[in-house]
Design a protein around this ligand. Structure first.
Ligand code: NDP
Length: 283
């Protein structure tokens, strides 16, 4: 039976450590600040934004929420970002995605100063990540790496298979695994014989958005399985991209949904905000 990797417990431990770090920064006159921009009334986005605000409060980060109406003009959103780029006590800027269809997400994300890009989505940071230079790293894959490290799981030389190639999870996760010397395969919707590929994985990352798609017989005996998926089922409960009940019989370690990757994503956002505050204060 697989070991359950407890992301909730690790995230809580990391928040404690970050709180100590924030206390130290405050004695030096630095109070890390995060601006969160929410456009419209998407209920899931509201839940995420509130959770981020609460986590900031817990560690002592000053969080400011900016709510803009659904029909806000792109130039108004960008001018808010530019104002925040020039506000010294705002060290991190996060625009909650998805944005309404009339707004070009790429233009908005690129308007954020790379030094305040605590989501790690700006091409400057993704580019630096890709060439192995220090950068603000996308929170979800960064959290996955912390989970693997905390379990003492060896990555070097392992075959890691990442299912999903989004810019926010799959691609950066693959880059981070490569940086840690895994042999990496990236799969997506056009991959042929997907289960034949996943069965080769020593480390399997599922970031697809399809409930319970990865079955027990897609997994190699003893593999480490990281389930990024958050899917709402018809009965209201949450399911990952992996069939947890089947997978835990085969894997050696697995993250649950909820309580695996999700809490780590928020912990890494706090980490990035503190990192950004430190870097901006020393520039
Ligand atoms: P996207 O929809 O952006 O990307 C999904 C990826 O899965 C795409 O690359 C797509 O391929 C691939 N895919 C879709 N269907 C299949 C299939 N049948 N077989 C193989 N590959 C397939 O999703 P995200 O990366 O943003 O998110 C993935 C999941 O992770 C979602 O459930 C999301 O809710 C969750 N998530 C969780 C977070 C957390 O903190 N826990 C944070 C972010 C996301 P193609 O590129 O070919 O279309």
């Amino acid at each position: 039976m697989a070991k359950i990797i407890d992301g909730k417990a690790l995230a809580s431990k990391i928040r404690q450590e970050l709180k100590t770090e924030v206390d130290k920064l405050k004695t030096n006159g630095i109070k890390p600040g995060l601006a969160v921009i929410l456009v419209g009334n998407n209920p899931a986005s509201k839940v995420y934004v509130n959770a981020k605000g609460k986590a900031c409060e817990e560690v002592g980060i000053n969080s400011l929420q900016h709510n803009l109406p659904e029909n806000v003009e792109q130039k108004e959103l960008i001018s808010l970002i530019q104002r925040l780029n020039n506000t010294p006590d705002v060290h991190g800027i996060l625009v909650q995605l998805p944005l309404p269809a009339h707004i070009d997400e790429e233009n908005v994300l690129e308007a954020i100063s790379p030094y305040k890009d605590v989501d790690g989505f700006h091409p400057f940071n993704i580019g630096r990540l890709a060439i192995g230079k220090p950068a603000l790293q996308p929170c979800t894959p960064f959290g996955i790496m912390k989970l693997l490290e905390s379990e003492g799981l060896e990555i070097s030389g392992k075959h890691a298979v990442v299912v999903g190639r989004s810019n926010i999870v799959g691609k950066p996760a693959a880059i981070m695994l490569l940086e840690r010397h895994a042999t990496v395969t990236i799969c997506h919707s056009r991959t042929k014989n997907l289960s034949d590929v996943t069965r080769q994985a020593d480390i399997l990352i599922a970031a697809v958005g399809r409930p319970k798609m990865v079955k027990g017989d897609w997994i190699k005996k003893g593999a480490i399985v990281i389930d990024v998926g958050v899917n709402r089922l018809e009965n209201g409960s949450l399911a990952g991209d992996v069939d947890f009940e089947e997978a835990k019989q085969i894997a050696s370690a697995i993250t649950p949904v909820p309580g695996g990757v999700g809490p780590m994503t928020i912990a890494m956002l706090l980490n990035n905000t503190i990192e950004a505050a430190k870097r901006q204060s020393s520039r």
